[in-house]
Write a protein that binds this ligand. Structure first.
Ligand code: AVJ
Length: 319
């Protein structure tokens, strides 16, 4: 028996087709927008790792603090035998949970990146040779089917990535997660919290310009993948707090009037000088809002933990 299985639920060419559809749709609408998932090619993933080490970007450190402090409580409350991690990436955060779950039977990392999944599985299996790793190449915002591993199951969605979804998308996502859970299963959710505007804006517009490079990287992705003749230097990085929606928006602002030709899409896109294109929404939460959104998906919030400074929360909810 091999302790490592890899299941692809996404066709090999799905990523390419989705990028084309998103760029065509996003650059021909007003206002223009691109979804944040296209930041993460190899360079973008590196830049994101760099962001997580910036002094201004607190969420990763705050979440790690909570995971380290609360992993034993999470283990005791869930008695999980299967850990499912949505958007697992390098599975770095998962270690704290795995260490607290010595009885864990299976780990099911779910990610769109096959290389991230195999790399993470290899590293994990070196430490926990008995663990069954069943990796899923899948887009967790679409329907998911989980392998028949033993329960109780704990589904973890960490990093605050739920904030990248718009409210209606969040509602649909939480309902689809709920549909994966049997009685006794649980969801561990990471959410960044509403706080002082200056702190939030600094986290998304750091002094050393790493976030600006990360934002502009999406232009390099469409240049490489779709042949777009776009120069990232023609755009400025913008991060703004929307107090009504309680989210940070990242945008790219055209420094002058310009046209971007995208031969692979047979498209020429014109920008006015100063025109802004939204590239990411990163919603920030309050406990009441999280509880209400979970309840709407028939999930009951049972634990709420924050870091010492109250900047970030991990919540546990049950089906
Ligand atoms: C990976 C989606 C949680 O929204 O904070 C970091 C991505 N964008 N800096 C976030 C991000 C700009 C990050 N998430």
């Amino acid at each position: 028996m091999s302790p490592f299985l890899l299941t692809r639920t996404l066709p090999e060419d799905a990523t390419d087709a989705a990028l084309r559809a998103d760029v065509l749709h996003g650059l021909t609408r007003t206002p223009k927008e691109l979804p944040p998932k296209w930041f993460y090619d190899a360079r973008g993933s590196e830049l994101f790792e760099e962001i997580t080490r910036l002094p201004e970007y607190y969420p990763t450190r705050a979440e790690r603090e909570i995971l380290i402090a609360r992993a034993p409580e999470i283990a005791a409350a869930t008695e999980a035998r299967t850990l499912v991690e949505l958007g697992s990436g390098s599975s770095e955060k998962t270690r704290h949970l795995l260490d607290a779950l010595p009885e864990l039977h299976s780990y099911v990392p779910v990610d769109v990146s096959e290389s991230a999944l195999t790399g993470a599985a290899e590293a994990l299996l070196a430490e926990r040779p008995g663990l069954n790793v069943h990796a899923l190449i899948a887009d967790f915002t679409r329907g998911l089917a989980l392998p028949g591993t033993p329960g109780p199951r704990l589904v973890a969605f960490l990093g605050g990535t739920i904030g990248n979804l718009l409210p209606a998308e969040r509602a649909a996502f939480l309902r689809s997660v709920r549909s994966l859970l049997d009685p006794g299963d649980a969801l561990l959710l990471g959410t960044d919290l509403v706080k002082d505007e200056a702190v939030l804006v600094r986290a998304y517009d750091d002094a050393s310009g790493v976030t600006a490079a990360f934002n502009k990287n999406v232009l390099s992705v469409i240049a490489r993948e779709l042949g777009a003749d776009v120069d990232p230097g023609d755009f400025d990085h913008v991060a703004v707090w929307d107090p009504e929606q309680e989210w940070i928006e990242m945008r790219l602002r055209a420094r002058s009037a310009l046209t971007v030709k995208i031969p692979e899409l047979d498209l020429a896109v014109t920008f006015e000088a100063g025109e802004e294109m939204r590239t990411e929404v990163s919603a920030k939460f309050r406990q009441d809002g999280v509880r209400t959104e979970l309840a709407a998906a028939e999930l009951e919030l049972t634990k709420w933990w924050t870091d010492k400074e109250g900047r970030y929360a991990l919540s546990l909810s049950t089906a």
